[in-house]
Every structure is written in structure tokens, then in C-alpha cells.
Design a protein around this ligand. Structure first.
Ligand SMILES: Nc1ncnc2c1ncn2[C@@H]1O[C@H](COP(=O)(O)OP(=O)(O)OP(=O)(O)O)[C@@H](O)[C@H]1O
Ligand SMILES: [Mg+2]
Length: 259
């Protein structure tokens, strides 16, 4: 695998450090994660990129304790994902690929319930929810049942749910999938601002123009294996004739269709 500037960072400077990670689902023919070694630095926006079925969600699910690895190590903020998952979840916000909200509850009810799981005092929680609903343009829809939300509104509310405890690390699995251009712009602007406030972000996508706009660091994976990792700028400079992240991606992953 090619790497670039992360090579000089010490372990403490990594928000996420994945070593020799393997995962094969029961009855599956192949490993979904097949010997990954990935590092994502603190304080940056990093992209975990790959085609459909590359293993992005599986890798993130292992970081969040939703899926158990077969072998290897995942350290998140210096904590072991196998033994310290509760501490990790106190410091990390997770935005899942599929919206994880109760459709029959209103946005406000969903967020009060989720905030309650973090034991946030009621006044502080209500203030935070009001602030974030406003920040994501949902202040007039707070009392509406989530089942009546558009796709973009559900995605924005799903992101708010991950932010209530002010996590230092935010992990998002395809946060802009299926949203319109206005919701996408709002989400991306928010992620840039959140990073500028000092928070670390890891996000997955197969939208490469979006990833190129948002991230400074990327890891490209395919068939559960890492293909390339480093700063976008350095990686593009390493391949003659490559000007965009999309060209870089196709250079390394080829053009055959994935299932
Ligand atoms: N619960 C499961 N049981 C069996 N196989 C699974 C399971 N979840 C994922 N897989 C398989 O593992 C591989 C990696 O899937 P994963 O969802 O991690 O990929 P992904 O990169 O997130 O893809 P996408 O871009 O479509 O979201 C795929 O071949 C998928 O079919
Ligand atoms: Mg996925």
C-alpha cells in the first residue's frame, strides 16, 4: 500500500488506528475486511472511500462496537474498540448509513430520548437541541413526526442526534446519501465548521467530488483491503496525469463494476 504524510505521526496523534483487521461474516465466502491497516489523524477531516461492498460500513461498525472483528486491533482516541467501547461512545458521535430515528416520534422527542441516553442534564439538553435544530434548519419541524420528514430532513436530524454530547470525534457513514443539493450543502458546511472548531471527522462516501471538497486525508479500500492512504494532495502528486480524486480512485480501483 502507498502511504504519504501520516507516516511520521506517533500513535497518540491518531484519532483512529486500525491494525491487521479481519472480519468475515458467518456463512460469507470472503472476508469483508481483509487485513486493514489504516490510520486517521486527529484534528482533520478524513475520508474512508471505496466502491459498493468495499467494507466501509463493516469497518466503521467495528470501530463503534456494532460488529465484532475476527482479529486485529482498532484504537479509537487511544481506546480499544473491543474493551473500551462505552468510553469511546462517550467521546464519539456516530451517524449510521441508515437513518436511526423513531419514525412515529417527533424530531424533538427523538432527540430528547437520545440525549437522555447520554445523561445530559435536561436544561442543557433542551438548549442544545434547540441550537442544533436551528443550525440544521429544522426549527420549524421540531414537533413533526419523523415519518413525515423528507430524506434530507431525516439525514439532518440523524446528524443532530450524533452531536448532542458534543463528541470530539464524529464518524459518519454516507451522511449525504440521497439528499438534495441544499441539504448536502448544509451538511458539508456544518462538517467543515465543526472541524474548524477542533473536532476530528471520519466520513465514508463514494461521492468523490464531495470527498475531495471536504477531506484533506483519504483511505481508499476495495474488497476489504486498503488500496492507498494519505493526503489527497500527496496522493495525486504521486500518479502522473491524475488531477482529481476520481481519477486517482479509478487509477487504483479499476473500472469493473461491483455487486
Ligand atoms: N451482515 C452481513 N452479513 C454478511 N455479509 C455482509 C453483512 N454486511 C455486509 N456484508 C458483506 O460485506 C461486504 C462489505 O459490506 P459493507 O456494507 O461493509 O460495504 P460498504 O463499503 O459499506 O458498501 P456500500 O458502499 O454499499 O455501503 C459486502 O460484500 C457485503 O455484502
Ligand atoms: Mg456502507
Amino acid at each position: 500500500m502507498l502511504t504519504s504524510k501520516n507516516a511520521g505521526l506517533s500513535t497518540m496523534e491518531y484519532a483512529i488506528n486500525i491494525t491487521n483487521l479481519y472480519k468475515k461474516y458467518p456463512h460469507a465466502e470472503f472476508n469483508s475486511v481483509d487485513g486493514l491497516n489504516l490510520q486517521f489523524p486527529k484534528g482533520k477531516i478524513s475520508g474512508l472511500l471505496g466502491p459498493n461492498g468495499a467494507g466501509k460500513t463493516t469497518t466503521i461498525s467495528i470501530m463503534c462496537g456494532l460488529v465484532a472483528a475476527d482479529s486485529g486491533s482498532v484504537k479509537v482516541l487511544g481506546l480499544d474498540a473491543q474493551t473500551d467501547i462505552h468510553k469511546i461512545l462517550q467521546k464519539t458521535g456516530i451517524v449510521t448509513q441508515h437513518v436511526a430515528l423513531y419514525p412515529l416520534l417527533s424530531a424533538w422527542e427523538n432527540l430528547v430520548y437520545i440525549g437522555g441516553l447520554y445523561n445530559i442534564p435536561q436544561k442543557a439538553l433542551h438548549d442544545k437541541i434547540s441550537f442544533l435544530l436551528e443550525r440544521f434548519g429544522l426549527q420549524n419541524s421540531a414537533k413533526k413526526q419523523v415519518k413525515h420528514f423528507s430524506g434530507g430532513m431525516k439525514r439532518r436530524c440523524n446528524i443532530i442526534a450524533s452531536l448532542l454530547h458534543d463528541p470530539e470525534l464524529l464518524i459518519l457513514d454516507e451522511p449525504t446519501a440521497g439528499v438534495d443539493i441544499h441539504s448536502r450543502a448544509m451538511i458539508l458546511d456544518f462538517l467543515s465548521a465543526y472541524n474548524e472548531e477542533g473536532h476530528t471527522i471520519l466520513y465514508t462516501s463514494h461521492l468523490l467530488d464531495e470527498a475531495e471538497r471536504l477531506c484533506t486525508e483519504v483511505a481508499i479500500i476495495d474488497d476489504g483491503k486498503q488500496v492507498v492512504q494519505g493526503s489527497i494532495q500527496d496522493l495525486k502528486a504521486q500518479v502522473a496525469g491524475v488531477n482529481t480524486l476520481e481519477e486517482l480512485f479509478l487509477h487504483y480501483t479499476g473500472r469493473s463494476l461491483r455487486e
